[in-house]
Design a protein around this ligand. Structure first.
Ligand code: 6LW
Length: 540
């Protein structure tokens, strides 16, 4: 499926990584491009997508895939893995990232780690601890072989000394630890910088960093110095990219960029962005159910050694000229997963701990996913839940379930969720008076409702079909006990926009998911068998 000749006239359609894929970091190794993005409390940790043309992207791997590398039990919503930085040097891939253990409190705990591999889609090393100054660590490989970590610095004091503060410290590859003291390379009472990367080009070191937070005021800045440790001078044209004055643009929140040079000397910036729903929170913020996503802009160096968008403005474009590279589309994926494979589809993630066979099986009943019921939807420890990102504003998700609950503490079904405090759960359960029944449980910042109560199912209904249809801010559930063509709506139209960064109170960095789950709140692992899971998008 590889294109035969270079195609200069193609376009990159943004966002390239749709749905919850923030804090992108990019590298090119030969003809291959890779982007790493944050995964927070979702396991396995860090997503890496692959491309050969910057136009088509495919999810390749998630490197932090075992508990010895990453144990997120107990971490809060939107904590866990933040802002990975992917680099490559001398045959080795390096991935640094933060595991946020406490945030939204006075003192942050933000240990930073490094893992390595020589095979990006294979196994990665055990983590090496780096430091805990702040988050968004990035590894810089200098020409002389020495390596440095640049990181933002948090400050728990009231008031803080600086609004923006970055430090640089050397990392010793042989010793596998930080050496020497960290040096402040940026400190400002005005402009907050984070997500820093350092590059060397010609006679300058460039400090490339996100400015002004990650909301609609977000932007991208560049500074430079002839010395690695500064002083760094800011570009007059900062923010070199931002949508902050332009609420009409598709790519809101644009910032947190990283640079890549193609094989032909063209330059691109990948960056974080978000697509807004029109409805707003009580505070007046637009809502982003798809979380923060990843887009690409073409950039160019000016004659005096600064960087600007190739479109001549500071505004991020939805369509961007593709690089002069052969097109390389990937095969499209079927919307339906029949659970016939021995492994779960790569798009599924679990919460905080691995998808291991203590809570699911693809072989116990052939052609089915069996989930063994475990903890409740508020648990930050051992839920039996697999889910995938919402990637478009309009989609449907459906499943068919065999489940024989004998207690109201047995539940299984189809869920749309943001975190442990915000979800809509269409589920089969048992009721003392009604027997097997269907219900909806909604949670909106811990305010719980059951809008249809408990609806009895026919006694011989061994299979129950469940469906969710999402249209922007509207969610309608459906169910059937007599086949896929017999769906009837259940419950009111629900407000899907509560599952958004702006609406959720505990944490606001991820995005909405849809998936399957099973709870046995008696602790005896009652299981449910799911015949398939289908996620089908409606495109404009
Ligand atoms: C990311 C940081 C940020 O690490 O959000 O507000 C964090 N800024 O750059 C999580 O995406």
């Amino acid at each position: 499926m590889v294109g035969r000749c270079p195609q200069a006239s193609h376009t990159i359609q943004n966002p390239v990584l749709r749905g919850f894929n923030p804090d992108p970091s990019v590298i090119r190794v030969g003809d291959d491009y890779y982007i790493a993005t944050s995964t927070f409390e979702w396991f396995p940790g860090v997503q890496i997508h692959h491309s050969k043309d910057l136009v088509h992207w495919q999810l390749l791997t998630r490197p932090l895939n075992r508990v010895s590398q990453l144990d997120l039990r107990g971490v809060g919503a939107s904590q866990g893995i933040w802002a990975p930085c992917l680099t490559y040097d001398n045959g080795i891939f390096y991935l640094v990232y933060t595991v946020v253990n406490s945030f939204y409190v006075n003192m942050y705990d933000t240990p930073n780690y490094l893992v390595t591999t020589d095979d990006i889609s294979g196994e990665w090393s055990e983590p090496i601890y780096l430091n805990s100054y702040g988050f968004d660590p990035s590894l810089f490989h200098d020409d002389d072989g020495r390596k440095y970590i640049v990181s933002m610095v948090t400050d728990h004091r009231i008031p803080k000394r600086y609004r923006g503060h970055l430090v640089l410290q050397e990392y010793d590859v042989q010793e596998q630890q930080m050496i020497d003291e960290p040096v402040t390379i940026y400190a400002s009472e005005d402009i907050y910088l984070e997500g820093p990367h350092i590059y060397k080009r010609d006679d300058y070191y460039y400090l490339f960093a996100a400015d002004t937070g990650t909301g609609e005021g977000h932007g991208q800045s560049i500074l430079r110095s002839r010395e690695l440790f500064g002083p760094y001078e800011a570009y007059d044209g900062n923010s070199l990219m931002t949508a902050r004055e332009h609420p009409e643009l598709l790519l809101q929140k644009s910032g947190h960029g990283d640079l890549v040079e193609t094989q032909n000397g063209e330059w691109y910036m990948i960056h974080l962005c978000g697509r807004a729903l029109e409805n707003r929170t009580e505070k007046g913020d637009r809502k982003y159910t798809l979380g923060r996503e990843t887009a690409i802009q073409k950039v160019e160096w000016t004659e005096d050694g600064w960087l600007r968008l190739a479109n001549g403005t500071v505004l991020p474009d939805t369509q961007v000229p593709a690089p002069n590279l052969p097109l390389h589309p990937f095969p499209s994926r079927p919307a339906r997963d029949d659970f016939d494979s021995k492994t779960l589809d790569i798009h599924f993630q679990s919460l905080r701990i691995p998808l291991d066979e203590t809570f699911y099986s693809l072989t116990a009943r052939e052609g089915h996913l069996r989930l063994y019921g475990r903890e409740g939807l508020g648990s930050k420890y051992r839920q039996s839940l697999i889910a995938r990102r919402w990637q478009e504003f309009e989609f449907s998700a459906s499943t068919c379930l065999a489940f024989e609950p004998t207690s109201y503490k047995h539940l299984a079904g189809l869920i749309c969720l943001y975190d442990t405090e915000n979800y809509y759960y269409l589920h089969v359960t048992h009721h003392e008076d009604k027997g097997k029944c269907i219900s909806i449980l909604s949670a909106v910042n811990k305010v719980y409702n059951d809008p249809v109560g408990y609806v009895a199912l026919p006694e011989d209904a061994s299979l129950v079909w469940l469906r969710a249809e999402v249209d922007n801010d509207k969610l309608q559930f459906y169910y059937s006990t007599s086949g896929e063509n017999q769906y009837e709506p259940i419950g009111p139209v629900l407000d899907a926009s509560t599952l958004s960064d702006e609406a959720c109170r505990e944490g606001w960095f991820t995005g909405a998911f849809v998936g399957l789950c099973c709870q046995d709140l008696t602790g005896f692992r009652k299981h449910a068998d799911f015949d398939y899971f289908e996620y089908a998008e409606q495109h404009d």
